[in-house]
Design a protein around this ligand. Structure first.
Ligand SMILES: Cc1cc2nc3c(=O)[nH]c(=O)nc-3n(C[C@H](O)[C@H](O)[C@H](O)COP(=O)(O)OP(=O)(O)OC[C@H]3O[C@@H](n4cnc5c(N)ncnc54)[C@H](O)[C@@H]3O)c2cc1C
Length: 321
């Protein structure tokens, strides 16, 4: 392998994971991002950041990337300082049917009646799947990158020609920033409001994607519980909506028997934008000056789920250049 001098644009979960894998593979890595060094972008830091099974028929790589990430996160869960833990995940259902992964995942089961509210017919349960605490995990990744010789610079790129020629390859991990950087019209923001509440001993992830509390979610961590809901709207404002906070607390309290979340429990509220794209863009593009850009953006609600698999794929691309 010939070691390359690589510039990564973006310090979210995609940029950091790619940096970590490239450094482990012997490449030299610099990361440029809009945030001050040590800060993390709002999308990656506010994510629920759980692993659930995904596959997309038109891109078979997605299922493989998710599987590879599961294995990596499972290994990381043995070190608590990474912020990765294996937890029970309940996906509430309005019907009783087998998911596509029922035979594939040994940790899959249907919920027992006493585990779910009467509003639901079933839940697809993963008994132990990765749940990542973003601020802890991103800080851990950043430290790993620094310890392996990577460096961070606060800098916004308007065009790939801003990237000095000393970098023989550029990795585009700019998330929604790719709308400006490469004019990608297929990327759209989806707004999510997240409410952190005090821990109360509840330790399961619960998601309602289709039922009466549709698109609400409960994600417990060591020091807090994250509640959230996706909502529609044209504006990209990250201003918090207090009415929605109340609605999220009520929806989450209805989702699980015995779970209660009240305004007095709230630690903080934030909004974040999810980078929606019909297909995550992971491909090599040749620039006019002969250098290669590897695109790694548009992960939708799968940025963590796919992160390790995609980073390993990019190492393969660079080794082959
Ligand atoms: C509430 C919420 C819940 C989610 N839950 C999950 C989940 O459970 N599981 C999951 O896998 N995913 C989940 N996601 C999705 C996941 O968070 C994203 O897919 C992922 O964080 C995207 O990471 P990224 O690094 O690609 O982009 P970002 O985190 O947006 O980072 C983009 C980076 O690019 C930099 N940048 C942008 N433009 C430029 C430029 N021109 N020049 C230099 N730098 C630039 C920014 O400064 C930033 O550092 C969730 C998202 C949200 C909001």
């Amino acid at each position: 392998m010939n070691s390359k001098n690589v510039l990564i644009l973006g310090a979210g979960v995609s940029g950091l994971t790619t940096a970590h894998k490239l450094l482990q593979a012997g490449h030299k890595v610099t990361i440029w991002s809009k945030e001050r060094d040590g800060d993390f972008p709002s999308t990656s830091s506010n994510a629920y950041a759980m692993w659930v099974p995904v596959k997309i028929d038109s891109d078979p790589r997605v299922e493989r990337w998710a599987d590879e990430s599961f294995s990596e996160f499972e290994k990381l869960s043995h070190s608590p300082s990474t912020g990765v833990a294996m937890k029970e995940i309940f996906v509430l259902r309005q019907t009783h049917e087998e998911p596509w992964y029922a035979q594939k995942l040994a940790c899959f089961r249907h919920a027992r009646a006493e585990e779910i509210s009467a509003d639901y017919k079933d839940a697809h349960v993963l008994d132990a799947a990765p749940v990542i605490d973003p601020p802890v995990y991103l800080s851990w990744l950043r430290k790993e990158v620094l310890a392996a010789g990577g460096s961070f610079v606060q800098r916004t790129v308007e065009n790939f020609s801003d990237c000095p020629s000393e970098y023989s390859a550029i990795i585009n991990c700019t998330g929604l920033g790719a709308r400006q950087l490469v004019g990608d019209k297929e990327l759209h923001p989806e707004r999510v409001q997240v409410v952190k509440i005090k821990s109360n001993g509840f330790d399961k992830v619960v998601i309602d994607d289709e039922g009466p509390n549709k698109r609400a979610c409960i994600v417990p961590h060591d020091d807090y519980i994250k509640l959230g809901a996706v909502f529609d709207g044209e504006k990209e404002s990250l201003e918090v909506d207090d009415t929605l906070t109340k609605d999220i607390l009520e929806r989450c309290s209805r989702m699980v028997p015995g779970f209660k979340a009240e305004l007095a429990d709230v630690l903080s509220v934030a909004r974040a934008l999810r980078p929606e794209r019909a297909l995550t863009r992971v491909e090599v593009e040749k620039l006019a000056d002969g250098r290669s850009v590897v695109h790694n953006y548009g992960h939708d609600g799968m940025g963590y789920i796919l992160s390790h698999g995609i980073a390993a794929e990019i190492v393969g691309y660079l080794n082959a250049l």
